[in-house]
Design a protein around this ligand. Structure first.
Ligand code: GLV
Length: 317
């Protein structure tokens, strides 16, 4: 039986499944392992099931025991792992695509609605019982007929497009390449971010964090948006340059911001703390029971497939 290190506690049904297939080092206290501890605990193991909270950088990879042949990341994103260093050491890296698409798209819609309809302010007023109805109280922006720009038209981007259409939004997108009409479903392609941003009443960021997308929302690109645009991010915090965004919100160039992800999680840039027009969640895009269960099952299946066949359909390096 292969032996696996599992760096974070999984849902009970997932841990039961893993123990049927592998010998496993579980983390029942759900402690965040230091690099040193992770390396020590992986001794005698054949693979590791990691989560986005583990920073598997080049040094960590180089210090892992040679018995480790696969790192199965419990996430669709894998920016926490140095893919090239892993490839050099002949360690396969896998992720969990598809199963979290709908849950993440739902959170993207929550961000759009929360930002457009001033949910943060509304919650505060309601809790303080400090409000009085009037015709112009907490007027927000309506989604019907608004242009939604989707940055990154992969699985999640396309699922957001589908939901947003039901709200009557007009879908525009930018992607590394234009999609087939079948995948586009009527969405309008823009071959540059400048072109996309300039028609985005609302932008939903759904692209992966890569060297090309880090800080893609910055002082210069914020100028491309129509004044009063809304920006939401349910992908990775790296894409937004916070100081530029805070400035754009203060200047009312940007009307509102919706974030499920941000730089240096869990430490939010203090510049956002007192802003009424930001609607912020703590990276819960995939946090439903169905989705977290399916993600961990897939991460376990990826290990199993790799050990049985020497390969895995969700290998990303
Ligand atoms: C969540 O952020 C994921 O990448 O799965």
């Amino acid at each position: 039986m292969k032996k696996i290190l599992i760096t974070r506690r999984l849902l009970k049904s997932n841990e039961e499944k893993v123990l049927k297939i592998f010998k496993a080092n579980l983390n029942s206290n759900d402690e965040l392992y230091s690099q040193q501890k992770l390396i020590e605990l992986s001794k005698g193991c054949d693979g590791i099931l990691t989560s986005i909270t583990d920073q598997i950088n080049e040094e960590t990879i180089n210090r892992l025991p040679d018995t480790i042949k696969i790192i199965s990341n419990f996430a669709v994103g894998f920016g926490n792992i140095d893919l090239q260093a892993a490839k050099k050491k002949d360690i396969a890296i896998t992720n969990t695509p598809d199963v979290l698409t709908d849950a993440t798209a739902e959170i993207a819609m929550l961000l759009i609605l929360g930002a457009a309809r001033r949910a943060s302010e509304g919650i505060e007023y309601a809790k303080n019982s400090s409000w009085k109805w009037s015709a112009d109280f907490l007027i927000g922006k309506q989604l019907t007929g608004a242009r939604l720009g989707i940055l990154g038209m992969g699985r999640v981007g396309r699922a957001v497009a589908k939901l947003a259409k039901a709200f009557g939004m007009i879908i525009h997108y930018h992607n590394r390449s234009k999609l087939s009409p079948e995948l586009e479903q009527g969405a309008i392609y823009h071959d540059s971010i400048k072109s996309l941003f300039s028609v985005s009443d609302i932008l939903s960021i759904n692209c992966p964090a890569t060297k090309d997308t880090i800080n893609i929302i910055n002082k210069d690109s914020l100028e491309y948006f129509p004044t009063g645009a809304i920006i939401t991010n349910s992908a990775r915090g790296d894409m937004i340059e916070d100081e530029a965004m805070i400035n754009a919100l203060n200047k009312k160039k940007i009307y509102a911001l919706g974030l499920d992800v941000y730089k240096n999680e869990p430490k939010l840039n203090p510049g956002y703390l007192n802003m009424k027009n930001v609607f912020i969640l703590p990276h819960i895009g995939s946090a439903t029971k169905e989705t977290r269960t399916a993600m961990a099952n897939l991460a376990i299946d990826n290990l199993d497939e790799f050990f049985k066949t020497g390969n895995c359909r969700n290998k990303v390096n």
